[in-house]
Design a protein around this ligand. Structure first.
Ligand code: CO
Length: 318
């Protein structure tokens, strides 16, 4: 799930209650990655014209649990000019259109250790080379990724690859570091070259996720918000607020969640109104659905890497 650059990463301080050795952390990362890869591929097989987006979201989130993980964020199914951060709201009737360009972005966590993976299915053959561009950009970045390399080198390779195919990288969406229970953890990996001197650090984990478009090359917020995360814990002002905050705190911690995951707490209208109010007051962060600046078609590819002492492990590849 992409980081919108102007939003910035968040470094949350939280008591996790249990210590984990580096060996265990590695094991959890590998397990999360394996589940993410498997569920992404099973979900992609279902992407056909007419299938409900809600079914894709629920199927993938259910499979993650079945295979022994938890969703690290609600499955994002973003279609055509929708670049990112779309997950089905409660009762969503949206279906995959005949010619849809469908981005499936899945997150898995095992004990808080996160694997983030995405792929684009195009039902319209005209966009196959755009998908190829973004996949090549990701592969080229993975090929040069190693401890100590400048992040701007990765950004440069991504930008150049996408441009070589005749498309634009999306400049305000980026890859991101992940930390335990923290999806957008500080360091970002932009899809266009920057002057940052930051480097990939050993034993840090990063999601690399190029986005390409035939549109303007940036995204803007829409008014729709279906994904939230806890930002700061404040005293609740009602019983329902108390129930929401307490469930999010214990089950999702600082990770993004969907209104679909809270349906037992209130009926949909009350739930939505309360989530909006908590967002307005800064207690929750909302992730608006992101739309391409000129309504261009958007494609995406993503893998998560764990940087080791001398190399990298792509945890989302088998
Ligand atoms: Co991501």
């Amino acid at each position: 799930m992409a980081l919108l650059i102007e939003e910035g990463g968040v470094n949350n301080i939280m008591e996790y209650g249990d210590e984990v050795s580096p060996e265990e952390a590695l094991e959890y990362y590998i397990k999360a990655g394996r589940i993410a890869y498997r569920v992404l591929n099973e979900t992609i097989r279902l992407v056909k014209p007419g299938i409900r987006v809600l079914e894709l979201c629920e199927f993938s989130e259910r499979k993650i649990k079945e295979y022994g993980g938890k969703p690290a964020f609600p499955t994002n199914i973003s279609i055509n000019n929708v670049a990112a951060h779309y997950t089905s709201p409660i009762g969503d009737n949206t279906i995959v259109p005949e010619d849809g360009v469908v981005k499936v972005d899945i997150g898995v966590q095992v004990n808080g250790f996160i694997a983030d993976i995405a792929k684009t299915v195009t039902l319209n053959p005209n966009y196959e080379d755009m998908v190829e561009a973004v996949e090549a950009a990701l592969e080229n970045a993975l090929t040069i990724a190693k401890p100590g390399i400048r992040i701007s080198e990765l950004s440069k390779v991504i930008e150049e690859t996408i441009k070589r195919y005749g498309y634009k990288p999306i400049r305000n969406l980026s890859g991101h570091e992940v930390k335990r229970y923290s999806l957008h953890a500080g360091t970002s990996i932009p899809n266009v070259k920057t002057f940052s001197l930051e480097k990939l650090k050993p034993w840090h984990t990063y999601a690399i996720e190029p986005f390409a478009t035939n549109g303007a090359g940036y995204v803007r917020d829409s008014k729709e918000i279906y994904i939230y995360s806890l930002r700061k814990v404040r005293k609740p002002q009602s019983k329902i607020e108390e129930k929401i905050i307490s469930k999010v705190k214990s089950e999702y911690k600082w990770l993004p969640f969907s209104e679909r995951w809270l349906t037992e707490l209130a009926e949909p209208n009350t739930l939505r109104k309360t989530l909006k109010s908590l967002t307005r007051r800064g207690i929750l962060q909302g992730y608006p659905v992101l739309i391409e600046g000129l309504n261009g078609i958007v494609v995406q590819a993503e893998h998560t890497i764990l940087v080791t002492d001398k190399d990298i492990i792509v945890i989302t590849k088998p």
